[in-house]
Design a protein. Structure first.
Length: 232
């Protein structure tokens, strides 16, 4: 399998210390991607090496988070990691673009938490990220939402030049989830160099937007570099 590395984090799984495994490769080329260096591939490691890292960390972590890239590209290795983590009584979380609904079905039984990136309103995916996968994402959200054993977070990175407030309002009407997060765009380490000159959205504006859609979704938070995570 190919990975971009591992870290220990206190923020990737709310309320838990987690080992985060960044799996390489992704079928998408989102212009604001901040992990573009692992889109095509990463460092080759064996599953046994990953298991050893989990073992060595197990005494001081509560969870294993698999992020990317797009982890579902390497589906068999992903399932193995999640199964192994569950055997150690660790919580499990997956970060995904939801590109592969059928593969979501395969990993759901081994997940406690699923975070899906909602990159645009379903009918605007081609326009925003250059890939017309809105229907796939919609199907994946429905699969996850219909599974009561998995906490579903949907999250959108608000990029001012690509999205507007009406897009966020439309997304809020299209999705069903346990938590919706609006993430502040940051112009460091982006795939599309033209975005390096785009300023990060103002936290106060994101807060106002979150308050506006809260009656639709119920549980909403914003994530900014200035204030961290704020539940609205």
């Amino acid at each position: 399998m190919e990975i971009g590395g591992t870290i220990i984090s206190s923020v990737e799984y709310h309320g838990k210390i987690s080992l985060v495994v960044f799996m390489a490769k992704c079928p998408l080329k989102c212009p604001y991607c901040h992990n573009s260096e692992i889109l095509e591939g990463g460092t080759e490691v064996s599953l046994s090496e990953i298991f050893k890292i989990i073992d060595d960390s197990s005494e001081y972590i509560d969870a294993v988070v698999v992020s990317g890239g797009e982890p579902l590209v390497q589906i068999d290795d992903l399932v193995s990691i999640l199964k192994y983590s569950k055997k150690l009584n660790l919580k499990t979380k997956l970060d995904t673009s939801a590109y592969y609904p059928d593969r979501i079905k395969k990993v759901i039984p081994y997940l406690d938490y699923l975070a899906i990136d909602i990159k645009a309103p379903y009918n605007k995916y081609q326009e925003i990220i250059g890939s017309d996968i809105g229907e796939k994402v919609e199907e994946s959200v429905k699969i996850a939402h219909n599974n009561p054993n998995v906490f579903l977070e949907c999250r959108t990175t608000f990029v001012p030049n690509l999205l507007n407030f009406k897009d966020i309002e439309q997304i809020s009407r299209e999705i069903e989830c346990d938590l919706y997060t609006i993430q502040q765009f940051r112009n460091t380490s982006v795939l599309d160099e033209s975005l390096e000159n785009v300023e990060s959205p103002n936290p106060n504006e994101l807060r106002k937007l979150a308050k506006k859609i809260k009656p639709v979704l119920g549980k909403v938070k914003i994530k900014t570099s200035e204030f961290g995570e704020e539940y609205i």
